[in-house]
Ligand binder design. Structure first.
Ligand code: C2E
Ligand code: CA
Ligand code: CA
Length: 745
């Protein structure tokens, strides 16, 4: 079976033809033997061969592997009966030819039965397998009866053997009926029909006599026929669209009644009480069953194809799905690479325009990806709502090329969807190799490539939309560190062991500390001191930043209040991430903190980055308005590094611009740095905003700031962030101011 499983349909067809060759060899023999033959038996054998063995073999040739065993068994059976018919009296040495032929037929059935029992034992939980085993057991019993009958046993012995075997057949039918009824409610009609067959066979066994036997066997046959047409149709109707496995069940169910009919026909043929009318009836049943089988097989083929398609494709986009990718990644015979593409910006489309438009955008993006992938012989699979995996032959260099083309192509997608044009769509992509297994390799998990591409994708996401990244040892190590960090940080946040330090914000004019910026500090027992930029980024990747931010806000305000910061009229400024701002109840938390510690709202500044204001009418903007409504001061952090689309300054309540330290460091260098900072300070003054210059490290920088009338500065020139115990000292302190612009000057 293993070799056949890997053979092409053409090779299987050739093998099937080979298996059928012995049948052709029988033709001249049939002719030569016709006069001496037992015509009816021969005819039944030939009909069995043509009516059952050939359809099974043809189906097997078309790729229905499990029907091979049926084909072989039917061939042995049909050939056996034919030979028995052609040489009714011949002997081979001491053995009668009839015995040999019928033994071959029985062996065929026996082999089939054994195969089914083995399949059932090997863990398949397919109830039809049990059903088949029972039916075949009955076929075996009747075949045995035939041997006894044809083998020339006479008198009481023959009669007892016959009765015994008929009872065996009846109980086997009964077992089948019960198994069907219990295990498959949907096959109940078949179960009832098989039950009738049981009763009829039992009558033939216990009430022998020409008429009873004929009537009983006719009833058994008609019941068998009903079972034959009942099984596939009801099973097909109830199997629905769930899976290809359901289709396989239908297929098996449709094959089962065949052997049942064989054995009953055989019963009739060998009966010494044969009459032609009954024989015509049996023949009609066999032909009808065969026709029925062909029709069912066609329907099953079609539904199998449909179910297979559905099982392997994504409904929305028509791309392959995760299962198809798994299939494609299993045992590729050459090196491949995987590109995992994630769409960024779909949430906004879904939120504002609705899911239908979101779906249209995904479809358009999938089309775009498919076209680009097709051009390079790659296949695309949708692995998650906003993720598409593209598998292409070759190394990661080509894949990275493709990844960049895919990421670039996504930007054009919204324009093709009515209404979505104003929403920017971008993407990030991760690339990983999917090497063919080398000789001697342990078989690995085929989805490893997807896992690696996902790690590379996360790496690309850190760099921001539009980026791509290739999986490597370093990328994997960074990912592992982030995972460990996330785990440790989660417990640190839960135990409140993340600390807050305070960096003074100093007036350039007076040298007095006007505010403190609260900055999170974390020292992990395992990993040591971690840079805030690193752990804040990790926290932002998950929702952890919400709990972390709330902890920093609450403890910063509490300790500052305890240290008398607000009583002294100084302010506190706290960093707020976008995720935090979008989390429900943020305004309430701020309100609660202010009232609990009796802090005048204007002394609390919330620092946001410009990314909050990226899309107009985003929910974050409403929250900013609420916070300003409480009386809080709103500052834009890192101003001059982001998008700097000034529109929001007009639209929203912003009070402070914090000039990023990259601009500060360019103040005293050659170039336009100084002019840019001057312009920003000017802009802020005209808009009535305050300015804090960040990262002031040298006297020259402070002088330059003073010269352009910037009011406040923050940086190592004055002080790094200090623990809360240093707050009173900082409040009491005046930083030196050069005489040129001394206080009051
Ligand atoms: P940021 O908001 O721009 O904070 C200022 C950063 O500049 C701080 O880094 C500070 O220590 C550093 N800094 C101050 N003066 C100087 C200077 O003169 N020269 C230089 N080179 N650097 C200076 P830190 O504490 O490492 O924080 C890094 C970033 O982490 C912060 O940048 C902020 O974005 C984020 N962060 C820190 N604490 C929190 C927090 O509680 N919540 C949130 N959401 N983000 C936080
Ligand atoms: Ca800040
Ligand atoms: Ca900053």
């Amino acid at each position: 079976m293993t070799a056949a499983a890997t053979a092409t349909p053409r090779a299987r067809a050739a093998l099937a033809a080979l298996l059928a060759l012995p049948l052709l060899a029988l033709a001249p023999l049939v002719h030569a033997r016709w006069q001496a033959a037992d015509h009816l038996t021969t005819a039944v054998g030939v009909v069995a061969l043509l009516g059952a063995a050939v359809p099974f073999l043809v189906r097997w040739a078309r790729g229905h592997l499990q029907t091979l065993s049926y084909g072989v068994a039917s061939t042995l059976w049909g050939a056996g009966v034919t030979v028995a018919g052609l040489w009714p009296h011949a002997t081979l040495g001491p053995v009668r030819l009839t015995h040999l032929a019928l033994t071959a037929a029985i062996l065929g059935m026996l082999g089939l039965g054994v195969q089914h029992v083995l399949a059932a034992r090997s863990g398949s939980d397919d109830p039809p397998l049990l059903h088949d085993a029972l039916v075949l057991g009955s076929a075996l019993a009747v075949a045995g009866w035939e041997v006894v009958n044809r083998g020339g046993l006479h008198g009481d012995t023959a009669w007892h053997a016959t009765t015994l075997l008929l009872v065996l057949a009846a109980s086997s039918h009964l077992g089948t009926a019960t198994a069907l009824g219990i295990e498959h409610t949907r096959l109940r009609r078949t179960a009832v029909a098989t039950g009738v067959m049981t009763a009829a066979t039992a009558v033939a066994a216990v009430a022998p006599g020409e008429h009873t036997t004929h009537v009983a066997i006719t009833v058994a046959l008609l019941a068998g026929f009903t079972a034959a047409i009942g099984a596939p149709t009801t099973a097909a109707r109830h199997s629905g669209v769930s899976s290809a496995r359901a289709a396989r069940r239908v297929e098996i169910a449709s094959l089962v009644p065949g052997p049942v009919l064989f054995c009953d026909i055989a019963l009739m043929v060998v009966s010494p009480r044969l009459d032609p009318v009954l024989f015509g009836l049996y023949l009609w049943v066999l032909l009808a069953f065969t026709a029925r089988h062909v029709v069912t097989a066609r329907a099953v083929d079609r539904s199998t194809a449909r179910l297979t398609f559905q099982a392997l494709h994504d409904d929305l986009t028509g791309l392959g799905n995760r299962a198809a990718l798994h299939h494609a990644l299993t045992g590729p015979d050459r090196d491949h690479s995987l590109v995992l593409l994630k769409l960024v910006g779909l949430d906004d489309v879904n939120d504002v325009l609705g899911v239908a438009t979101g779906d249209a955008v995904i479809r358009a993006a999938a089309d775009q990806v498919r076209r680009t992938a097709d051009d390079r012989g790659a296949t695309a699979h949708r692995t998650a709502g906003d993720e598409i995996a593209v598998l292409l032959p070759g190394g990661t260099d080509e894949a990275l090329h493709l990844a960049r083309a895919l990421v670039d192509g996504v930007a054009d997608v919204p324009a093709t969807v009515p209404g979505a044009g104003r929403f920017p769509l971008s993407a990030v992509a991760g690339v990983a190799p999917s090497p063919a297994p080398r000789p001697g390799d342990e078989p690995g998990d085929p989805m490893t490539a997807l896992l690696h591409a996902d790690i590379a994708l996360r790496d690309a996401r850190l760099a921001g939309p539009g980026h791509t990244s290739t999986y490597s040892g370093a990328v994997a190590a960074a990912h592992a560190r982030r995972s460990l960090l996330r785990e440790q940080l989660t417990s640190a946040v839960r135990h409140g062991s993340v600390d807050v330090h305070y960096q003074p914000i100093v007036s350039f004019r007076t040298g007095r500390v006007e505010k403190f910026e609260a900055l999170a500090r974390w020292e992990d027992p395992l990993l040591g001191r971690i840079n805030p930029a690193e752990f804040i980024a990790v926290a932002e990747e998950s929702n952890l930043v919400v709990a972390l931010g709330e902890h920093v806000l609450r403890s910063a305000v509490r300790r500052a209040a305890d240290a008398g910061v607000f009583r002294a009229g100084a302010g506190l400024t706290v960093n707020v991430s976008v995720v935090q701002l979008q989390s429900p109840g943020f305004t309430d938390t701020v309100h609660d903190v202010l009232t609990r510690h009796r802090v005048p709202a204007h002394l609390l500044t919330l620092e946001l980055t410009e990314s909050v204001f990226l899309d107009a009418d985003s929910p974050a903007e409403r929250v900013v308005t609420e916070l300003a409504g409480l009386g809080c001061t709103i500052a834009i952090d890192d101003f001059g590094t982001g998008y700097s689309a000034f529109g929001y300054l007009d639209r929203l309540p912003v009070h402070v611009l914090k000039i990023d330290r990259s601009l500060t460091s360019s103040l005293t260098h050659a170039g336009h740095g100084r002019s840019i900072v001057t312009c920003v300070v000017d802009l802020a003054t005209r808009l009535g905003l305050s300015v804090v210059v960040e990262g002031v490290e040298t006297e020259e920088q402070a002088d330059a700031c003073r010269a352009m009338n910037a009011p406040l500065g923050q940086g190592w020139l004055y002080s790094p962030a200090v623990p809360c115990t240093d707050l009173p000292e900082q409040l009491a302190r005046t930083y030196p101011v050069p005489r040129l612009v001394a206080p009051g000057a």
